[in-house]
Design a protein around this ligand. Structure first.
Ligand SMILES: [Zn+2]
Length: 332
């Protein structure tokens, strides 16, 4: 019986569907982050109850696959009202809520990015901070919709001043400044890390006590991108985690067992290393010590495997052998 999976990166509060975008990408259309705007429009148009119902269904889905802790980001509202609404609804399901007003610049501000940044680090942050534990930014100069290093630094510095912990989407679409910025600012996690150079890896290794490299191989799978070499990161001394990045654009899967199987098959991890990264590693990326390990004093936060060994998580990809244990049901 392993610890319950800790999915430390998800975007679960959204409405709408981007199956057609996925199909087009599989037929060769490149991804540049622009599809997020489609989900923003659908999410803004949804009622609170619709968003709550959709989120509840997604939570039930991931619990049925063995995940016991889920981090949930906002980022499909991108107005003060809609970001706060997403965080409030997410907070009904998880204490690990992340303000991601810096997901993309919304279309209505495309010609005036500075005005959106002023809104983001001003009234939006002030309204969102009471409902969030973390702040995140899509630091990606390769996307015209996301944020460059200077903008990301501005967002993260303001978030830290508002009392939020720092997370970064970095180095996803190409080599970029996200990893070094995350390390410099002491972020708990820098996520994706698809494109890393030696300087990035050295910096992550030197910062291994503070900053975790969270790998999201479901995204590489669903966008047909190259996988980072997780074995090399471990050998260099980097702290790594695994998470789903479950979102309607680049990885619409909430399955941590599938992520583990990808990490073993495609990123060079052993089954034990992958399981550790999906539990203790991702707990560390959330700066949690009460989950992700089965030790005396921790919560009895378990996944149950209908299999003779944890090896089957990678050995039987796509087969639902993991589930959560309903301790409340047992106690009663
Ligand atoms: Zn993400």
């Amino acid at each position: 019986m392993p610890p319950g999976f800790v999915d430390s990166h998800s975007h679960l509060v959204f409405a709408g569907d981007r199956g057609a975008e996925f199909a087009a990408r599989m037929m060769g259309k490149p991804y540049d982050g622009g599809g997020i705007g489609v989900t923003v429009a659908a999410t803004r148009a949804a009622t609170d109850d619709e968003l709550r119902r959709l989120l509840a269904a997604r939570i039930a889905e991931l619990q049925a696959l063995g995940t016991t802790t889920i981090e949930i980001k906002s980022g499909y509202g991108l107005t003060v009202h809609d970001e706060v609404r997403a965080l409030q609804i997410a907070g009904e399901f998880s204490g690990e809520t992340t303000f991601l007003g810096a997901h993309v610049v919304p279309a209505e501000y495309a010609e005036d990015r500075a005005a959106y940044l002023d809104l983001l680090v001003g009234p939006m942050l002030e309204a969102a901070a009471p409902h969030a534990r973390w702040i995140d930014v899509f630091c990606e100069p390769h996307s015209p919709h996301a944020f460059d290093a200077e903008e990301a630094r501005h967002v993260l510095t303001a978030g830290a001043a508002a009392g939020l912990g720092l997370r970064v989407h970095g180095n996803q679409l190409g080599h970029g400044p996200g990893v070094l910025l995350a390390v410099e600012l002491g972020a708990a996690s820098v996520d994706h890390c698809t494109y890393l150079d030696d300087t990035d890896i050295d910096a992550l290794a030197a910062a291994a006590d503070a900053t975790v490299a969270t790998l999201l191989p479901g995204v590489e799978f669903c966008t047909r991108s190259p996988y980072p070499d997780a074995a090399r990161l471990l050998a260099a001394g980097v702290s790594i985690a695994l998470a789903t990045d479950c979102n309607p654009g680049t990885c619409y899967s909430s399955s941590m067992p599938w992520v583990i199987s990808l990490a073993v098959r495609e990123m060079g991890l052993s089954p034990a290393q992958a399981l550790f990264a999906a539990t203790a590693g991702s707990a560390r990326s959330l700066r949690r010590t009460d989950i992700g390990r089965l030790v005396i004093g921790n919560r009895a936060d378990l996944a149950v495997l209908d299999a003779p060994s944890y090896l089957h998580l990678a050995y039987r990809p796509g087969v639902p052998i993991a589930r959560t244990l309903d301790l409340h049901g047992i106690a009663q």
